[in-house]
Structures are given as C-alpha cells and as structure tokens.
Design a protein around this ligand. Structure first.
Ligand code: HEM
Ligand SMILES: *[C@@H]1O[C@H](CO)[C@@H](O)[C@H](O)[C@H]1NC(C)=O
Length: 331
C-alpha cells in the first residue's frame, strides 16, 4: 500500500468518526454557519421583528411557543410552518394540540427579507429559532447566542405525530421531566424551560378541566389560591364551549415581560395550567422553583442552556433535509 492510499484511508476513518460524533450529539450546528453565505442574517431578523413586536406586543409569546411545538415534532425542522394541504391529508397544524399556535406567518415575512439579501441560503428552521431567541431578549429575558445550520424538513409530518408528541394541557411533572430529559436537559433546566410560561396567554379551553372538576372525578394535584381560582372562574365561565375557545387568561400578571414572576406565582398558588401549579409541589422540582423565584440571574442562565438544548433537538444538518424556498410550502 503506498502512502497516498494510506492517507486516504486515514482521512476516511477520521471523517467517519467525525460524522458519527456529530450524528450522536446532533452537534454540527455552528455559531459561524452563515459567516460567508449570509453575515447579516441576525441583523435582518432583529430589525424585521422590531416593528412587529411594537405593533403586537403579544407576538414574542407566540414565537417562543411556536419554536417549542416545532422542535417537539420531528425536531426543529420548520415542519410546523407547512400549510395544511387537503389533497395530502392533514399536516401538523391540523392537530388540536396546536390550538392557540399563532404568528406562523411572521417567519415567512422574515424569510422573504432574508431571501432578498441572501437567496437560497438560510433555512426556515434557523429563522424560527432566531425569532424565538429575539422574542426572549426583546421581552427582557437573556440574550442567547444560538448555533445555526439547521435544515428544513422536506415532508410535513402528519397530525398524528403532533397529536402524540405535543404535551396536553393536563401534563404533570412526571411527563414534563421525561420530555425534557429526552432532550438532554437536567431537572434544573427542565424547570427553567417551563419559565417560558412567564409570557403569553392560556385559553379557557385549556383550564376548564382544572376549574370545573367532574363530581367525584379525579382532579389534578395543583394547589390553587382561592382568590385566584375565583378570578379564573370569572374569566372562564362554565359550560360555554365557544367562549372557552375564544377567551383566555394571562399566563402571569407580567405576561409581556420575560421575568421570574412565573415562579413566584407558582409558589403563591397562582399557576394557570396543571404543570404550573404542580412544579412547586413535587419534591424533585420544588426547591428549584423557589431558587428561581429568588434569583432571576440563575433562572436566566439555566433557561439559556435549556433553550440551546431544546432548539438543537433532532435537527437536520449537512445534506439532510432542504432549505425551503418558502416556509409554508414544500416544493
Ligand atoms: C410540559 C410542557 C408544556 C405544556 C404542557 C405546555 C402547555 C401549554 C398550554 C396548554 C398553553 C396554552 C395555549 C393556549 O391556550 O393558547 C401554553 C402556552 C404557552 N407555552 Fe407552553 N407548555 C409546555 C412547555 C412549554 C415550553 C417548553 C415553552 C417554550 C420554550 C412553552 C411556551 C409557551 C408560551 C410562550 C405560551 C403562550 C403562548 C401564547 O401566548 O400564544 N411552553 N403552553
Ligand atoms: C374548540 O377547539 C377545539 C380544539 O381545537 C376544537 O376541537 C373544538 O371544535 C372547538 N370548539 C368550538 C365550539 O369552536
């Protein structure tokens, strides 16, 4: 065997090892991924969102939840952005679990701004993660630097997948910890990522079960402060289904601000969803809630590392998937 062959073999083995490591870690995302192909990307996203956040201050919450629901189904691959096409059956958005998902069209708006500057380079999946990152930062939360290089799915997964994988409004601590452990999060990070519920709203539809337990039925464990319960019942009256889909309550009193108020609420029995009420009771999570309620910096720090794990989960990289031309259609 001559030297040349030997070198080729060594190179191939090395490449194989590198590919394996990247495959296992999902770690081929890079902080400088668009350095050459679209250096102005992050500025475009930031500038594009500024007027949108000003006209609709509820949009950061929508974008943060949008990222969670995208990443939860087949990884962060922008599959949630694909419009349902009747001929193909039903796409992810058809799932009732995506009830309340808003502002998908904002990613398409950002995508067209990015296309104008750097055509056919940047994935919708990366734009979605950058938009969620901006949503947190602009609401007063931590500034999170995110690695890029995600690719978009070339198929829209079925609504069945979303039905199975997106946690229901009745999720408790056990299931929540399982979901985030699968993304490599510690218990502390899992509690921190739930701090996303410092932003936004919950529709009455999602809490009527908590408020009006069937006679003799099993209620959830979550404690509820009596005045807060009265307030929720007033805003979400019993028995009007159409109204319960349309009306909503704030996730926390400072629902436009990314702060640690969520944890203070949970401790005071003012958690809106079952999970928000239970994390303060479960022995695995209670002390972490108390810690984040007392120390916003530590919350921000743990939220940031949790955000990186969530936004890197199951990503398509390298030559997997595609860079879609339009975020809402697969061509
Ligand atoms: C076990 C985990 C989780 C459960 C069961 C859960 C459940 C829910 C439910 C039922 C709503 C109300 C939706 C509506 O009625 O419109 C909601 C809202 C929200 N969730 Fe979660 N969630 C979880 C984790 C997360 C994570 C990890 C994030 C982000 C990183 C997140 C971000 C949000 C945001 C920002 C809203 C407000 C959305 C808006 O105002 O449009 N959630 N969540
Ligand atoms: C309310 O939303 C749920 C979940 O998307 C849906 O199944 C139901 O048909 C809606 N009900 C009304 C009255 O609009």
């Amino acid at each position: 065997m001559n030297n040349m062959d030997m070198r080729t073999i060594v190179a191939m083995v090395l490449m194989f090892v590198v590919l394996r490591i990247n495959g296992v870690e999902g770690g081929a995302l890079q902080y400088n991924f668009y350095e050459k192909s679209c250096p102005q990307l992050e500025d475009i996203v930031r500038a594009g969102l500024q007027p949108i956040f000003l006209t609709d201050p509820t949009s950061p919450a929508a974008l943060l939840r949008l990222m969670f629901h995208d990443c939860q189904v087949q990884g962060c691959d922008a599959s949630i952005l694909v419009d349902p096409v009747e001929a193909d059956g039903l796409s992810e958005m058809t799932s009732a679990k995506n009830f309340g998902i808003r502002k998908r069209e904002l990613i398409s708006i950002l995508k067209s701004m990015v296309e104008a500057a750097c055509p056919e380079q940047v994935s919708c999946a990366d734009i979605l993660v950058l938009a969620a990152r901006e949503a947190v930062a602009r609401s007063g939360g931590p500034q999170i630097k995110v690695p890029l290089g995600r690719r978009d799915s070339s198929t829209a997964p079925s609504y069945e997948l979303a039905d199975t994988l997106i946690p229901p409004a009745t999720t408790g601590v056990d299931d929540m910890l399982h979901i985030f452990a699968r993304k490599g999060m510690t218990i502390e990070e899992s509690v921190a990522i739930m701090g996303a519920h410092t932003l936004g709203v919950t529709h009455c539809l999602n809490i009527v079960n908590r408020l009006y337990k069937p006679e003799g039925g099993e209620g959830d464990q979550g404690l509820m402060e009596p005045r807060f319960e009265a307030f929720l019942r007033l805003n979400c009256p019993k028995g009007c289904l159409a109204a319960s889909n349309a009306s909503f309550v704030l996730n926390d009193p400072t629902a436009l601000m990314f702060d640690n108020r969520y944890y203070m609420n949970a401790m005071g029995g003012r958690g809106v969803l079952r999970i928000d009420a239970e994390i303060v009771l479960d022995p695995r999570t209670a002390q972490i809630v108390e810690h984040f309620a007392a120390d916003q910096d530590d919350f921000f720090h743990a939220f940031s590392t949790a955000f990186l794990k969530l936004s890197a989960s199951g990503v398509l990289i390298g030559d997997q998937g595609v860079v879609r031309n339009k975020c809402n259609v697969i061509d």
